[in-house]
Design a protein around this ligand. Structure first.
Ligand SMILES: NC(=O)c1ccc[n+]([C@@H]2O[C@H](COP(=O)([O-])OP(=O)(O)OC[C@H]3O[C@@H](n4cnc5c(N)ncnc54)[C@H](OP(=O)(O)O)[C@@H]3O)[C@@H](O)[C@H]2O)c1
Length: 250
């Protein structure tokens, strides 16, 4: 994908990686729309960053996706990049029947969310000369963190779905990119922002933006830190890495 001259919608654009990347792209000469549920944050982002616009969006709610599509396709009919960033990550004890609500919310947000959002926006993207869908999986798609079972499963599913999407869109004007973040210091889970073993957000954003800038045809965006997880199985380290992750709560 190109890193300048796009008109981009970031779901999950109110905080963390989504907001950070949105600001990088805005500074690099792209038109940016951020989306999320937290209206106060959307208003603050628009007030602090002239040129960025915002739309309320709950990716777990089909009516909200339809309303956001109506608003964005009217305000930005030239939209050519969809970044499916919105996601949640919650611990679950599968022995506790109460985990089911977490599992259902996680699938609805992390898996059904991008599927529904793409379904709404793909016809518009296909009408552009040069467009991109960016999906966001995780290093945990490749080796699970047992404390967050449904989260890992949704990210493995997003990886698989993204591969199929890329094949189905081959030969169209829409390129498909997968971001595969390692642990990054954001508020995705309580305590995550201060986790010394996670990658500092600014470092992740710098490395990611540089990969996208230097390699316009990149399919999977892999910062160095995620290779440990991404290639664990093929490099014969899967059991060791799973054992390591099994001792972690987040
Ligand atoms: N940080 C990491 O270690 C890491 C590692 C691998 C992958 N990732 C992935 O990167 C993405 C961004 O996470 P982050 O670390 O930046 O965490 P974050 O700061 O918590 O950001 C999550 C974003 O998702 C949005 N969101 C959550 N549920 C939503 C819903 N139902 N509808 C619309 N938006 C929703 C939130 O916005 P609102 O609350 O305003 O709706 C927020 O903007 C996620 O997909 C995550 O799985 C993160």
């Amino acid at each position: 994908m190109k890193t300048t001259g796009n008109t981009m919608l970031f779901t999950g654009g109110t905080s963390g990686i989504g907001l950070g990347l949105a600001l990088r792209f805005a500074a690099a000469g792209n038109t940016v729309v951020v989306a999320g549920r937290r209206k106060q944050l959307l208003d603050a982002i628009v007030a602090e960053h002239p040129g960025i616009s915002a739309v309320e969006l709950d990716v777990a709610d089909p009516a909200s996706i339809a309303a956001a599509y109506e608003a964005v396709s009217r305000s930005h009919p030239e939209l050519d990049v969809l970044v499916n960033m919105a996601g949640i990550m919650l611990p679950e004890d599968l022995r506790d029947p109460g985990h089911l609500a977490v599992a259902e919310a996680t699938v609805t947000t992390n898996l059904l969310g991008p599927i529904r959002v793409l379904n709404a926006f793909l016809p518009l993207l296909l009408r552009q000369d040069d467009a991109t869908v960016v999906n966001v999986s995780s290093g945990l798609a490749f080796v699970p963190l047992p404390a967050t079972p449904t989260y890992n499963a949704t990210k493995a599913a997003i990886h698989s779905w993204t591969e199929s999407l890329r094949v189905q869109l081959a030969g169209s004007s829409v390129q498909v990119v997968e971001l595969v973040p390692p642990a990054v210091r954001t508020d995705l889970m309580p305590g995550h922002r201060d986790d010394e073993s996670a990658m500092p957000l600014e470092e992740y954003l710098n490395e990611t933006f540089e990969i996208l800038r230097a390699r316009p045809d990149v399919e999977e965006v892999l910062v160095d830190r995620v290779r440990f997880l991404r290639f664990a199985e093929v490099e014969g380290r899967y059991d060791d890495v799973l054992a390591l992750l099994s001792s972690r709560a987040s």
